[in-house]
Write a protein that binds this ligand. Structure first.
Ligand SMILES: Cc1cc2nc3c(=O)[nH]c(=O)nc-3n(C[C@H](O)[C@H](O)[C@H](O)COP(=O)(O)OP(=O)(O)OC[C@H]3O[C@@H](n4cnc5c(N)ncnc54)[C@H](O)[C@@H]3O)c2cc1C
Length: 504
């Protein structure tokens, strides 16, 4: 049976130490030793249902938490139960009987993932089965349910967010255990019944749950679709770019950009980290990943050669440990010192599976991260505005450009057909916050629509969420009321931030 470990009243702080709360109890859920996946899922869901019923009866707010990696306070709860899920981390291959006869996805492409499995654990399980994920974030320690909650994304420009892999979601409310799926059948009726669940087949409710922001109930498992296994070749280098190159990126001319700085082919992944003090005179850090066929005999290069751990956040955390004095030259020095330069086009190939492009992240206190997502075609128009306002506000650390296709989920921040995500990563200082606020104000003044990451510092409120997501917001709220028609059930998931955002 699923174990419920009550760790008692305590102060809990999130991973980035940007938010803390005084808990009534921290509760850890741990898998039992069921042999069958169906029994495991059923036992976990029934245990969660019992906890939610008890919480509702005693008016205790509940917050399911994954890795606690979101710096925004969506993962905390004052005087409530924080329910940790990281030991609900099994993954299961589906047999044919679990898949609906009318499902048009091959059973071998489907993987059942418990809510607390980390992105890395899912990468590994998929690879053992000869499969790969299509995209992921810069790091790999998030829980899968938590990563989907906020629309976690990377820079695979033809893919959306990590939630795009999801084909069905098991959600527990204080009343029911449900599998939420699109109208086109995926899971068999027997499988649904054996996991103690009812089925809700509705495209809109499913799209609402793909980016659930922790406000649609307790996610206990997800069914995901994977791709056949592939490898990627990493090229990363420091290079000066010109304004014209920003125009190419803005126009989606990634192959042209790659021809100039990387290989003469279309990149699968494209990222630019730049120095806002002087984006064209100082070198940018470029990273390209190119898709390659899977070769089981190819020895995996060490993670750093694949660019793992060279995302802006990790990079900064390493160099920031001793200084917050980020003036142009110091920042440049820090950027280049932390970034390997032996992965250029003439260096020996570094090729590995997708799961080897990220590595574990060690917690570093007091990092700031915020981002804006906007229509990629606006990048050239707003580039100066964004860089200048970030710097004028005092923001003095790196700015990253990442590229994402329109992502699934009604509340996915990557909501334009093609998106650029501009990340501001730095120390958790007033100047970083001010720089970010200036960017937001400048985009508003210029009348440029944009969205913000649910899991990062975002300064959002209900008014803004409604206007950012337009007609998707009432549909998302409608979906929530279908899953939890009773207001008292929704209140079980209330915390200050979700109420402020109008999501509860
Ligand atoms: C080092 C680092 C690197 C990052 N890189 C990226 C990146 O490249 N791209 C990007 O987009 N983001 C990135 N992020 C942000 C991160 O991916 C998101 O904040 C993600 O949501 C964190 O996942 P988590 O498991 O820690 O979720 P948590 O922070 O634990 O939770 C997020 C939300 O989901 C809810 N939740 C969690 N589990 C459940 C559940 N089982 N049922 C219901 N609700 C649940 C929580 O209550 C909370 O509301 C990064 C963060 C860090 C710290």
């Amino acid at each position: 049976m699923t174990q419920v470990i009550h760790l008692g009243q305590q102060i809990w702080t999130n991973y980035h130490k940007t938010a803390a709360c005084n808990l009534k109890s921290r509760i850890e859920l741990v898998n039992g030793n069921e042999r069958s996946g169906r029994d495991c899922l059923k036992n976990v869901a029934e245990t969660v249902l019992a906890l939610l019923k008890e919480a509702k009866q005693y008016n205790i707010p509940v917050r399911p938490v994954g890795a606690g990696w979101s710096p925004s306070p969506i993962n905390i709860v004052e005087d409530g139960w924080l329910i940790e899920t990281m030991r609900l981390n099994r993954t299961f291959k589906l047999n044919n009987a679990a898949v609906h006869a009318d499902c048009d996805i091959a059973p071998e492409a489907l993987l059942l993932v418990q809510c607390g499995a980390t992105v890395d654990e899912v990468y590994e399980s998929a690879e053992e089965l000869g499969r790969s994920l299509r995209t992921g974030g810069a790091s790999n320690g998030q829980s899968f349910a938590g990563a989907c909650a906020t629309g976690t994304h990377g820079s695979v420009w033809k893919s959306g967010g990590i939630q795009d892999h999801v084909r069905a979601i098991q959600i527990v409310t204080p009343q029911r255990i449900l599998w939420i799926a699109p109208e086109k059948e995926v899971l068999s009726d027997d499988f649904i019944a054996d996991t103690g669940s009812e089925i809700v087949r509705d495209d809109r409710i499913f799209a609402a749950c793909q980016v659930h922001v922790g406000a649609m109930g307790f996610v206990t498992a997800l069914l995901i679709e994977t791709d056949p296994i592939y490898m990627v070749q990493n090229i990363q280098k420091a290079a000066k770019i010109e304004r014209e190159h920003i125009n190419w990126l803005c126009a989606g001319e990634f192959t042209k950009f790659s021809r100039e700085f990387g290989l003469n082919e279309e990149p699968y992944f494209q990222q630019v980290i730049l120095n806002p003090f002087d984006p064209f005179d100082k070198k940018c850090l470029l990273r390209f990943l190119y898709k390659r066929p899977f070769d089981p005999d190819l020895p995996a290069p060490p993670p750093p050669q694949m660019g793992a751990g060279y995302d802006a956040l990790t990079l900064l955390g390493k160099v920031m440990a001793n200084t917050d004095l980020f003036k142009a030259n110091i920042l440049q020095l820090a950027m280049e010192r932390g970034y390997p330069k032996d992965r250029d086009v003439d260096d020996p190939d570094a090729i590995a599976t997708w799961g080897n492009t990220t590595e574990e992240h060690a917690p570093i206190a007091n990092l700031f991260n915020g981002s804006v997502t906007l229509d990629r075609s606006k990048l050239s128009d707003v580039f100066d505005l964004i860089i200048d306002s970030f710097r004028e506000g005092g923001g003095g650390t790196v700015v990253t450009l990442r590229f994402v296709h329109q992502a699934q989920g009604l509340l996915a921040p990557a909501r334009w057909k093609e998106n650029v995500v501009i990340d501001f990563d730095g120390p958790n200082l007033e100047s970083s916050h001010e720089g970010y606020k200036k960017v937001v104000a400048a985009l508003d003044d210029a009348g440029v629509p944009f969205t913000r990451h649910w899991g990062k510092t975002n300064n959002l409120d209900v008014r803004r969420v409604r206007s950012d997501y337009e007609q998707n917001m009432p549909v998302w709220k409608w979906a929530q009321s279908q899953l939890m028609p009773d207001e008292a059930d929704r209140q079980v998931f209330a915390n200050q931030e979700l109420v402020k955002l109008g999501l509860i």
